[in-house]
Design a protein. Structure first.
Length: 256
C-alpha cells in the first residue's frame, strides 16, 4: 500500500480522512505514532510507532520549518512522502528566492536546512508522513530502535540558525509547542554564549497572518509550533540563534 493513494487534484478533490484515521497523533506534537501495519513503504527499514513525522499542509501557501535535525535532500524527501510530489506540491521557496519546482524536477534549494523555514504552495490540503530520521539509510540503521526518539529530540535541541538583518524564514525545531513570548525572551545566540537581545526582534509572522509584536506587547500567534515556519524581522544580523531547549518526554502510546 502506498503512503498516499490520493486522486490527482485536477480531476478530484483531495480527501485526507482515509489515511488520517489510520494513525494516532499527539495533539501537541508533529510526531506521528503509526503502527507497523500502516507505516509508509519507505525504501529501507521497518518503521514502528514514534518513527514518523506528520506534516499537515493547507491548500495554497504554507510556511513550514525543516522537520529534520540534519540536511535532507528536499526532492528525495517529498518523493518518499508523496510518491509523485507533482500531484500535491506546486512550488517551494526559501528565504533567498531559490525554488523547488516538482513539475519540472527542478530543485535549486537542494536540502532541507535545519532551523530554516520555507514557503510551500499546495494544490489542495494534504497530510505528509516523513521518516523521523529522514531518508538517510545509514543514519536510520546506526541508531538503535529504542533510541531513535531520544536521538531525534536531542539533535533538534542543538540546532542554531544565522539571522540576517531584515526578514528571515526560520523553523521552530522542537517537538512540543512553546509560547512565542517565552521562546524569544529566552532565546540565545553565539552558540548559547549570549542572550538574544530583545530589541533585535521587530516582528514575527505565521502563515495565518498572526503576529507577535514585541514593541507593543502583542502576541497574536500564541505558541510556536513544531514543523511550522515563521517570518521574523530583525534589526541586526545574529550568529547561531537558538530557541530554549526542551526536556525529552516519552509518550505511553509509543511502542518502539
Amino acid at each position: 500500500m502506498s503512503l498516499l493513494n490520493l486522486p490527482h487534484p485536477a480531476t478530484e478533490s483531495i480527501k485526507t480522512e482515509e489515511y488520517i484515521g489510520r494513525i494516532t497523533v499527539r495533539e501537541d506534537s508533529i510526531v506521528t505514532f503509526a503502527d507497523e501495519e500502516h507505516a509508509p513503504e519507505f525504501p529501507f527499514g521497518g518503521f514502528g510507532a514514534g518513527e514518523l513525522i506528520k506534516m499537515e499542509l493547507a491548500i495554497g501557501w504554507n510556511l513550514i520549518g525543516s522537520p529534520f535535525p540534519f540536511h535532507q535532500d528536499m526532492q528525495a524527501t517529498f518523493e518518499q512522502a508523496f510518491g509523485d510530489p507533482r500531484d500535491f506540491i506546486e512550488l517551494v521557496k526559501d528565504n533567498l528566492g531559490n525554488v523547488y519546482f516538482p513539475e519540472f524536477f527542478f530543485n535549486a534549494i537542494g536540502d532541507f536546512d535545519p532551523g530554516t523555514g520555507y514557503q510551500l504552495k499546495t494544490f489542495g490540503p494534504v497530510t505528509a508522513r516523513l521518516p523521523l530520521l529522514g531518508t538517510n539509510e545509514q543514519v536510520f540503521n546506526n541508531i538503535p530502535t529504542q533510541n531513535r526518539q531520544q536521538f531525534y529530540h536531542d539533535k533538534l535541541q542543538s540546532i542554531t540558525v544565522d539571522l540576517t538583518t531584515g526578514w528571515n524564514l526560520i523553523a521552530f525545531p522542537r517537538t512540543r509547542p512553546m509560547d512565542a513570548v517565552f521562546a524569544f525572551d529566552n532565546a540565545t545566540m553565539n552558540n548559547g554564549n549570549d542572550a538574544y537581545p530583545a530589541n533585535n526582534l521587530l516582528i514575527v509572522k505565521n502563515d495565518q497572518g498572526d503576529v507577535y509584536w514585541p514593541e507593543y506587547g502583542y502576541n497574536g500567534i500564541g505558541d510556536l509550533l513544531p514543523g511550522k515556519g515563521y517570518q521574523i524581522k530583525t534589526t541586526n544580523a545574529v550568529n547561531a540563534f537558538s530557541f530554549p531547549t526542551q526536556t525529552f518526554e516519552d509518550n505511553p502510546l509509543i511502542n518502539i
